[in-house]
Design a protein around this ligand. Structure first.
Ligand code: SAH
Length: 383
């Protein structure tokens, strides 16, 4: 049976690493940085500087408004404060997110007369056990204002002791499932997903199986976080979703995995991979609708939705991101591990070469493609 559990992003700091290919996540969530787009050599630096600006500024605002210095009994005596970033990968986005949270809390405490040196911060970086934590630790910022620790394990289960965290953050990670729904690899099931590796453009039963798996995973996620977060604590999530009213199959960005499937099938036809393997392989990723997420949060009942907002992208950014050759390395950094584990590393270069050609021939990533996907920013407060 194919191994279809989610896999970490590419580790190390090589050509195809996530470290060097994580800027798409950054720039799809900011407006301003695309004005710098054409200064390629400075592109990464600017991206990182502007970072996940929009989400981060919403987080800063929320901390300024909602973070209750009195509730947490933060006084001038020493106090420790814990932040966790779930699905951190190898950086640098995770460091930008954590620093922003730390800075914002310091500011809030200062405004209540608590000197910032009175508070000590502990930051936990979580990802799958097989994530490249060595690369993450090596690139920890030297001037960081927090103690750092790695927490290996799945965020679909418990990771921390009861009521031990004050802030939980997770960017671009909650679209990954804990596993592929069993029905889609069961030949006897009406949801068997033969000849495809994803739910977009598949029969309704396949989509329903994916949605049900997402529901199960997110119930575990919210239950675990409800236990770990202190009362009044905040949780910020950034999740790629289909834009309101858009079917996943009509969102080219979401349906991209389908094209990887079609490329694998092409390769199966000429004997480069086994067709059985393609049939038994499915992508463990699901992009929920806003409504699905809202229902799951409400069902859990432990969190108040402070903000739920689809981030809007600048037209210039959409234009730049539609450069397919620039876009493919991000996809490769994110998906290569999963494909390699199932089909072997020897097919990867050929697969992505063919995938790029297929995209160039058949796919239009224009500004409308980017209107059909939204980065949903969700801010929750523990009741
Ligand atoms: N937050 C980073 C990385 C996003 S990539 C950023 O914004 O750039 C998504 C990460 O989520 C990957 O590293 C993947 O390994 C991790 N991930 C996926 N499912 C996970 C799970 N169940 N538990 C922990 N990490 C998970």
């Amino acid at each position: 049976m194919a191994d279809t559990s989610a896999k970490p992003m590419n580790g190390g700091d090589g050509l195809h690493s996530y470290t060097h290919n994580s800027t798409y996540q950054v720039y799809i969530s900011t407006w301003i940085q695309f004005f710098f787009f054409f200064f390629w050599t400075d592109f990464v630096t600017f991206n990182l500087r502007w970072g996940v600006n929009l989400a981060n500024s919403m987080i800063s605002e929320a901390i300024a408004e909602l973070f209750d210095v009195n509730q947490f009994k933060i006084t001038s005596s020493n106090h420790s404060f814990s932040v966790a970033d779930l699905g951190c990968s190898v950086g640098p986005n995770t460091f930008i997110a954590v620093s922003n949270i730390v800075e914002s809390i310091k500011l809030k405490c200062q405004s209540h007369g608590v000197p910032s040196e009175a508070i000590e911060f502990q930051a936990f970086f979580n990802d799958h056990n097989s994530n490249d934590f060595n690369t993450l630790f090596k690139s920890l910022p030297h001037d960081r204002q927090y103690f750092a620790a790695g927490v290996p394990g799945s965020f679909h289960g418990r990771l921390f002791p009861d009521a031990s965290l004050h802030f939980i953050n997770s960017f671009y990670a909650l679209q990954w499932l804990s596993e592929v729904p069993k029905e889609v690899v069961d030949k006897q099931s009406p949801a068997w997903n033969k000849g495809r590796i994803y739910y977009t453009n598949a029969p309704t039963q396949v989509m329903e199986a994916y949605s049900a798996q997402y529901g199960t995973d997110m119930k575990s996620f919210f239950n675990a976080r409800a236990q770990e977060l202190v009362c009044g604590g905040l949780m910020a999530l950034l999740i790629p979703c289909p834009a309101v009213g858009i079917l996943p199959s009509h969102s080219p960005i979401i349906a991209l995995a389908d094209l990887i499937g079609a490329t694998l099938l092409d390769m199966a036809k000429i004997g480069l991979v086994s067709e059985d393997k393609v049939d038994s392989f499915n992508f463990p990723k699901y992009n929920p609708t806003q409504q699905e997420l809202e229902e799951l949060i409400e069902e859990n009942g432990c969190f108040r939705i402070v903000k739920m907002e689809a981030l809007v992208r600048d037209p210039k950014m959409k234009e730049a991101a539609s450069d397919i050759k620039m876009f493919v390395p991000h996809i490769r950094a994110a998906w290569e591990g999963l494909i390699k584990d199932n089909f072997g590393s020897e097919i990867i270069d050929e697969l992505f070469h063919r995938f790029t050609n297929k995209l160039l021939e058949t796919f239009t990533l224009d500004h409308t493609s980017f209107e059909k996907i939204a980065e949903l920013f969700v801010l929750l407060q523990r009741n």
